[in-house]
Design a binder for this molecule. Structure first.
Ligand SMILES: [Zn+2]
Ligand SMILES: [Zn+2]
Length: 762
């Protein structure tokens, strides 16, 4: 009698879709099936994974339930099952792909060293003891090494490392945790480390120990990591950090620090449960946290000058684990470039550019296919605040509220740029590309688009761009042949991004506060209240406009915005403030030109309002990086301050928030000698008060009680907390970003979501 005739035997075929290839899903199914005594098989197919299982009804349904709890890197979107006639076939087989030319469904993101690999790394009896490139089906490089699809070793940068006998045995054994781990390797067959001195000559001795010696002596070491080169120095040595800052031409922007483990992180920062979860997550982002009182002294002042916060990350590759353990202290680990250039990731390029900055280069012979920067996030008011979404998350999909009828390419913005491709219900936001005005960044943008299109096997027929005609991303879109173009207003894209980030379609009251983006009326918007859904928006209210003297120059020189705002608030008779005296005749000259309307576009920007107040308070007149004046204003604010400034909202039809009264409030406090932290606190409270008041009015008018907060200004933790406190206490549901940043890094997702909504309405 065969199993087919055993009463109660059932056979089920199941299709599993989601991120289920290249993540150890088939061996997972093999283990789950064999442990339940089920027979059958599992295989990849173009839609994901397909399997058939046969056995008792209870075991089969228990296996189907287990498919919903997949291994670490996998993600199951859907399991569809249908019953089949039992065949009595014995055993359980892992079949090789029956792909028939179809592409891999999704490429996994790079994932931090798993606990099993971490244990092997430290086990002297293991053949991979101390090996800086060990990995398995649950961890290791993925997106950064994939050259093309279908995803297998021959199409990754591991192609040049043929498997040794031992590694092949593991690779082919479904019971082994390295079954079909494409980057699997060992000291016999895999990549190896090398240390070069300043002249590019291999240094004698063990590379890792040599690098540690240079670091201990206060030197700068370029370290080839997962998605690019980092520059490392001892975070405790002020001279070393200052040297790195000088060589990188990076005047003030805070450096991130890598620490060996959670205990070392707790020495430096206050770590809450959510921050701990992020810090130790498989994506291992940089988490920006409050420094611990008395603990900040453990890093040199130049690491994050004047900042009460510190960005920390844990080692995410075996190489980083070994380096941090050997060094026995915190390391500054910052992207390997001079500021404003993209991170170096190709050896030849790195060895040309980095010797001027680094005293030694620790590198290896596994090539990086796609440069990927570290991801950055923080936590505010119990919510995750993404700041940069890149390594560890990309190219994971974001699930849209509904299917995209055609594949869409969204080209993004200009600064902190990403692009986005859609395929069905999934939006694939690219890695952080950066500021497109740099030529090499633009090249990497073009390569990135071509690469992701090939990996996802999509050819977009609809291309979305910002309304600004001079953004390189817009020019790229307008140049593409044979596609349908859709222009999306910048702040609508911000709100749509926040909606898509929450898998919602609206309508909502959207509050978009950022630097500037081109409005539909040709002025520079940036302090906007929109009634919006994914398909469209109405500009319902905004901050009152002032001139932006010198255009782009105003973004680099916040004092120009102080001049413009004080001029608007007081006309010809500004109060005698230090900021006016500091700038002498230039103040009058700038205003004369602005009043004549020369190179002084009008803006309602909230970001530029922060700039103005930062300069008025003497915090920052000139910035060395985008957002610096606003960030320092946030840090200066006394979070316990409860005072505010009264700000009227003008009448219909388009409500204007009169920020001149806010500026007068700040100026009068300054003249009264009110301490800067108090004024900065009141300014934040006043802006949150504006948000609440305008949202209340719009709720009355439109019957909407959901608010979406987006735009780079909402990365300000204090402002975000104040807004959430006020809005939630008043009964609003508040959407904030969860996966992509509120800044322009999230614009491409919003653009894609808008185009998808428009296509559906046809
Ligand atoms: Zn592993
Ligand atoms: Zn091997």
């Amino acid at each position: 009698m065969t199993a087919a005739h055993v009463p109660g035997t059932v056979r089920t075929r199941a299709h599993v879709s989601g991120l289920v290839q290249g993540v150890g899903f088939r061996p997972f199914v093999w283990r789950e099936a064999t442990s339940r005594g089920l027979s059958g098989w599992v295989s990849n197919d173009p839609a994901g994974v397909v399997l058939e299982v046969e056995g008792t009804a209870d075991s089969v349904s228990s296996l189907l339930a287990a498919l919903r709890r997949p291994p670490a890197m996998a993600r199951v979107d859907e399991v569809r099952s249908e019953s089949r006639t039992p065949t009595g076939e014995p055993g359980f087989a892992v079949r090789s792909s029956s792909m028939g030319g179809a592409r891999l469904t999704m490429v996994p993101a790079d994932t931090a060293t798993c606990a099993d690999c971490f244990r092997e790394l430290h086990d002297p009896s293991d053949r991979r003891f101390g090996y800086p490139f060990l990995n398995c089906t649950s961890c290791g490089p993925r997106f950064t090494i994939v050259d093309s699809v279908p995803y297998d070793r021959s199409r990754t940068t591991m192609a040049g490392f043929p498997l040794c006998t031992d590694c092949r045995r593991e690779y082919e054994d479904p019971a082994d945790r390295r079954f079909h781990a494409e980057p699997v390797c060992c000291p016999v067959c895999g990549p190896s480390l090398q240390l070069l001195d300043r002249s590019g000559t291999p240094a004698p001795g063990a590379p890792l120990a040599g690098a540690v010696t240079v670091l201990r002596e206060g030197g700068v070491v370029a370290v080839k990591g997962l998605g690019g080169y980092h520059l490392a120095v001892d975070a405790r040595q002020e001279d070393a950090v200052a040297t790195l800052r000088r060589r990188k031409h990076r005047e003030d922007r805070p450096f991130a620090v890598m620490v060996v483990d959670v205990a070392a992180a707790r020495d430096l920062c206050e770590i809450g449960p959510q921050e701990l979860a992020l810090l130790t997550s498989p994506a291992r982002p940089i988490v920006v946290m409050e420094r611990r009182a008395g603990g900040g002294g453990a890093v040199a002042p130049s690491v994050a000058p004047g900042s009460p916060a510190l960005g920390l990350m844990l080692p995410y590759t075996p190489l980083h684990v070994l380096l941090l353990e050997a060094f026995e202290g915190p390391l500054v680990l910052t992207s390997g470039n001079a500021s404003d250039e993209p991170i170096a990731f190709q050896d030849a390029d790195a060895l040309t550019r980095l010797p001027g900055i680094a005293d030694a280069v620790l590198l290896h012979d596994r090539a990086i296919r796609t440069r990927v920067d570290d991801s950055v996030c923080k936590v505010a008011h119990g919510r995750v605040v993404p700041i940069r979404r890149s390594r560890g998350y990309v190219p994971g999909p974001i699930v849209l509220p509904y299917d995209s009828p055609q594949p869409v390419l969204a080209c993004g913005s200009a600064l902190k740029n990403t692009f986005c491709l859609t395929r069905g219900r999934h939006a694939f936001v690219s890695h952080h590309v950066g500021d497109l005005d740099d030529y090499s960044t633009l090249r990497s943008y073009l390569d990135g688009i071509a690469h992701l299109k090939a990996l996802l096997d999509v050819e977009p027929t609809v291309v979305v761009h910002d309304l600004h005609p001079d953004y390189p991303s817009t020019r790229y879109a307008l140049d593409l042949p044979d596609v349908e173009l859709v222009g999306v207003q910048h702040h609508h894209a911000h709100i749509a991004s926040c909606l898509a980030d929450n898998a919602m379609a609206g309508p909502v009251i959207g509050v978009a506060f950022d630097g500037v983006g081109l409005g539909t009326d040709g002025t520079a918007w940036g302090g906007e209240f929109l009634i919006a859904n994914l398909a469209g928006f109405v500009r319902a209210a905004h901050l009152s406009e002032v001139a932006m003297p010198g255009g782009d120059a105003a973004a680099r020189q916040p004092w120009r915005m102080a001049a413009a705002h004080l001029d608007a608030a007081y006309e010809a008779a500004p109060p005698e403030l230090a900021v006016v005296a500091r700038h002498g005749r230039r103040w009058e000259q700038v205003l004369t030109v602005a009043r004549a309307g020369v190179n002084a576009p009008l803006t309602s920007s909230a970001g530029r309002l922060f700039d103005a107040v930062s300069s008025m308070l003497g915090i920052r007149d000139v910035v060395t990086y985008e957002g610096q004046a606003a960030i320092e204003l946030e840090h200066a604010a006394d979070p316990t301050e409860t005072g505010s400034y009264r700000v009227p909202v003008s009448d219909e039809p388009l409500a204007r928030v009169q920020v001149s009264s806010l500026i007068r409030g700040v100026a009068e406090d300054l003249l009264r000698g009110t301490p800067v932290p108090v004024i900065a606190g009141r300014f934040h409270n006043a802006l949150a008060g504006i948000v609440l008041e305008v949202c209340r009015q719009l709720r009355e008018l439109h019957g909407l009680s959901t608010v979406a907060l987006s735009g780079g200004v909402f990365q300000n933790g204090l402002l975000l907390r104040r807004c959430l406190d006020g809005l939630e206490a008043d009964g609003f549901a508040v959407l904030t970003h969860r996966q992509v940043p509120a800044n322009d890094g999230g614009i491409s997702l919003g653009q894609a979501a808008v185009a998808t909504a428009l296509l559906r309405e046809r």
